[in-house]
Each structure stands twice: as C-alpha cells, then as structure tokens.
Write a protein that binds this ligand. Structure first.
Ligand SMILES: Nc1nc2c(ncn2[C@@H]2O[C@H](COP(=O)(O)OP(=O)(O)OP(=O)(O)O)[C@@H](O)[C@H]2O)c(=O)[nH]1
Ligand SMILES: [Mg+2]
Length: 311
C-alpha cells in the first residue's frame, strides 16, 4: 500500500507490542505490522483494539482488562481483551506464597478463565510439586503439566487455544513463559534467560509484553515476570466466591449471609480448614487478601475506581 493511501485510511488493528513511546500494530485487513508513536504513559496496552489514521491512534472500548497492584500501590494493566489467564508456575523457581491464589481470584474478577501451566516437568523436583498443585487446584481450574525443554504436553495447550482464545502468560521471572512460547511457535526466538545458580531465580529477561498468533488458532501474550499480584478490581464479597477451593462451600453455606470467613460462628470455610480440605497456608493467603481488600475499600480512590468499573 502507498504511504499516501495509508495516511488517509482509517485502519483497524490490534496492539501486539508496546515499547513505551511507540506501539506495534497488527492490521486486521492485510496482516501488515507497523509502528505508531504514542505518548509515554498513554494507557495503551497489548491486546488493545485500535483505529489508526496516519499517526493518530484511537483506542476502542475494551471487553476485558486485567489489572494488578504492585507492592508500592502502582496499578498495572496486564493486558486487554483477553479471555484466558495462563498462570505459569514451576518448582524452580517456586512462585512466592499466595501467587497462584491471587492470580486465580484476579482472573475470575476480571471475567477471564484462569488455567495453570505447570512447567519444567523434566526436573526432578517436579513430581512432588505437581501432586501438591493437583491436590489444591484440581476441580477449581484446568491444569497443564508441560515442559518447554522436552516439548511434553505442549500439544494440549495448542488444542486448548485453537478454539480462538486469547491468553496471557503471567508468572515469576524464570518460570519459562518465553521458552514455552518459543516451543509453541516455530522461529519465534524470544529471548530467554538463565536462572542464577545461587538465588534459583530468573533475571527478568522479558521486558515488554508481546502478542503472538498461534498457527492452529488462538493468541498468546508473553509478559515480563513479576511476583506481586495485588488485587485491584475485586470486591470483598467476590473474594470468597472466587477463591479456589471455596467455590461450592461459600454459596449459602455459612450461618451469616455477610460472613467473611474469619472467625464468625457457623462458617463453612473454617469447617473446610478443620476437615483439612484447605491448607493453613492457603487459608492464610485468603485472610491476607481479605485484609488487603478491606484496606482498599476504606480508600476512596480505589473504591471510586471499582465502582466506576462495575457500572
Ligand atoms: N529444565 C527446564 N528448564 C526450562 C524449561 N522452560 C524454561 N526453562 C529454562 O528456564 C530459564 C528461564 O526461562 P525463560 O523462558 O526466560 O523464563 P521467563 O518466565 O520468560 O522469564 P522472564 O522473561 O524473566 O519473566 C531458561 O534458562 C530456560 O532454558 C523447562 O521446561 N525445563
Ligand atoms: Mg520471558
């Protein structure tokens, strides 16, 4: 297409990479890509549908948005127009305590389906770890056990996505998010990093989010690793309903309708704890999340944001 035509045409596309002051747009009509300048902190994210005319870029309304809060209270939009959150975890490096539960709750609150992708099945630490994960999460979310190293079970992931899902890989640095994508998409060649021998942690190899099309159908976003998954758009009432393992028990099972499952009498969740159907560690995560959400709820800035979004 000639440049003159390009400048006059309004073209629709999707943001596939974000480089701070520029975004890469994949156009729907021709499959071409081009870089368009944006203001720093313009609010655009990977997955945003846009209309481009010359150097002007208009963002379209999002049908979904997944946000998280970092430990300093900063809010980050992980991606737009996603329907699946792929939580990538492994036994080396282990995710921080509570990471998986936080990610599942955030995903459900944003209307995304969470899936667990447990990577590095070739490692000796894997089997025991995977049994633990299955004990905690089977029945709540779909779990894939994969290895980017050997390629094991990656066809199951492809099969899942070919229905046309758009997912984002999230997880701590070094779990193998980019390595899995490299295996799923031949010739992709994303940079992958070494894990430091002393700290058993990755080194933040991926620095920007990028969206990739899977050959058989579906789309996946690779994102930079992070450890902190503070909830932003979840209400206190939603927390227990979305917390993995509580799902069936919470609806109408407690004596009090407004039970927060802390120390109220006749609580179905503390029953679960006594019956050892939920671990002390995961219940502690629930209580931490509850306290965090109660604090957020008393902060007018966040309350206003959440009320705006629920409209
Ligand atoms: N043994 C084994 N190593 C793996 C596997 N997948 C990834 N790795 C290794 O783990 C290290 C980190 O992989 P990356 O793909 O860079 O991890 P990442 O999650 O993208 O990390 P960030 O981009 O920093 O968030 C690399 O040395 C990979 O070779 C796996 O299935 N088995
Ligand atoms: Mg990476």
């Amino acid at each position: 297409m000639h440049n003159r035509d390009k400048n006059n045409l309004k073209r629709k596309g999707v943001i596939v990479a974000h480089y701070g002051v520029a975004v890469e747009v994949l156009f729907n009509d021709t499959g071409e890509r081009s870089t368009v300048r944006v203001k720093r902190n313009s609010g655009h994210v990977v997955g945003d549908n846009v209309e481009v005319k010359g150097e002007l870029l208009n963002r379209q309304r999002r049908f979904s948005e997944l946000s998280r809060m970092d430990t300093r209270g900063g809010i980050h939009v992980v991606g737009a127009n996603l329907d699946v959150l792929c939580i990538v975890i492994t036994c080396e490096p282990l995710p921080p305590p509570g990471f998986t539960d936080r990610a599942i709750v955030a995903s459900r609150a944003a209307g995304l389906t969470p899936i667990l992708v447990v990577n590095k099945s070739d490692l000796t630490c894997f089997m025991e770890y995977f049994q633990d994960i299955k004990r905690s999460y089977s029945g709540s979310v779909t779990i894939f056990s994969v290895s980017a190293e050997t390629g094991s079970n990656l066809d199951q992931l492809k099969e899942f996505f070919k229905e046309g899902h758009r997912g984002v890989f999230v997880g701590p640095t070094g779990v193998g998010k980019s390595s899995i994508l490299n295996r799923l998409i031949p010739h992709l060649n994303l940079s992958t990093g070494e894990i430091s021998e002393t700290k058993k942690r990755g080194r933040h190899t991926t620095t920007v989010s990028t969206l990739h099309l899977l050959e058989g159908g579906g789309e996946l976003v690779d994102s930079p690793g992070f450890n902190d998954f503070g909830l932003v758009d979840t209400s206190i009432n939603e927390l227990a309903a979305f917390f993995p393992g509580f799902e069936k028990k919470v609806a109408n099972s407690c004596r009090f309708r407004d039970c927060r499952h802390r120390d109220e009498p006749g609580c179905a969740v503390t029953d679960l704890l006594e019956q050892k159907q939920i671990s002390e560690e995961r219940y502690a995560t629930y209580l931490n999340l509850l306290t965090e959400l109660e604090m957020i709820d008393s902060d007018p800035k966040y309350r206003e944001r959440r009320n705006r979004r629920k409209k």
